[in-house]
Design a protein around this ligand. Structure first.
Ligand code: HXC
Length: 258
């Protein structure tokens, strides 16, 4: 499939999707989100891909939803098309781990997109924010909910109400990102991290994703039960037996996703 707003590549077992609308700082329009949903669907189906990196440019991961496109929409347009809903649900359906590699601006829908990924590695130049308030609107694809869960109510509320940006240090300190790396090393680091994940059992990585995500959706007791059942079920896999045998034989495991 040809993409106009993305660059899509597969490097060994890592799928790499780069947002590519440089003239608009990777602003998210309907075409881009549709292409992103489609690209993730293709990677989900491709057995070779075991982990995915989603990146933007050095200046911007994505500076938000496309304001030019949105400015022409009425309530009826937004409501009847359920703007961005099908696309974001398709992104969230991907069962393989997705790392957001964020450099520069991740604002509005860009910050929300990064938070939809499984974790965020950012460069020291990253700036996160939910500045929709400056446009007379609010976050629309999860920002008010996800940012609050990441950084807590006080900081999330302040960011949504004032539209101020958070730099990389603050983002790491408050739990929004897992790590900061120098800008020039961002892709190298994200790819190495993805390659490390790609060496694991894909059955176990998919189970981790389901279990950790479940912690946002349910009570502690139900979440722990869900984890325990997944843990037990992995004892039906060849990868469990390979992983434990390899440890005892003092060699590296060769996981086959079986
Ligand atoms: C459309 C955008 C854009 C956006 C930048 N551009 N952000 N176009 N939508 N979100 C375009 C600019 O118009 C400009 O085009 C080019 O990208 C470069 O941007 P500049 O503003 O010239 O760059 P700079 O001065 O470096 O400022 C960078 C910036 C600023 C601070 C990121 O661009 C900015 O504030 N952008 C808007 C951020 C924002 O409000 N995001 C939230 C959107 S609402 P030209 O043609 O002039 O060169 C949202 C809702 C989500 O995301 C909910 C969805 C359902």
């Amino acid at each position: 499939m040809g993409y106009e707003t993305l660059i899509v590549d597969i490097d060994d077992h890592v799928g790499v999707i780069t947002l590519n609308r440089p003239d608009a700082l990777n602003a998210l329009n309907q075409q881009l989100l549709k292409e992103l949903a489609a690209a993730l669907g293709v990677m989900q189906e491709n057995e070779k891909v075991r982990c995915i990196v989603l990146a933007g440019s050095e200046k911007a991961f994505a500076a938000g939803a496309d304001i030019t496109e949105m400015s022409e929409q009425s309530f009826v347009d937004m409501f009847s098309s359920d703007y961005f809903t099908a696309e974001t649900e398709a992104i969230l359906r991907c069962r393989k781990p997705i790392i957001a590699a964020v450099s520069g601006y991740a604002l509005g829908g860009g910050c929300e997109l990064a938070m939809m990924c499984d974790f965020i590695i950012c460069s020291d130049t990253a700036k996160f924010g939910q500045p929709e308030i400056n446009l007379g609107v609010i976050a629309g694809i999860g920002g008010s909910q996800r940012l609050t869960r990441f950084v807590g109510k006080s900081k999330s509320m302040e960011m949504h109400l004032t539209g101020r940006f958070m730099d990389a240090e603050e983002a790491e300190r408050s739990g929004l990102v897992s790590r900061i790396v120098p800008a020039k090393k961002l892709m190298e680091d994200a790819m190495a991290t993805a390659a490390k994940i790609a060496e694991k059992s894909t059955l176990a990585t998919m189970a981790v994703k389901e279990a950790v995500d479940r912690s946002y959706e349910t009570t502690l007791r139900e979440g722990i039960l869900f984890e325990r059942r997944l843990f037990h079920s992995l004892f039906a896999t060849e990868d469990q037996s390979e992983g434990m045998s390899a440890f005892m034989e003092k060699r590296s495991a060769k996981f086959r996703g079986k």
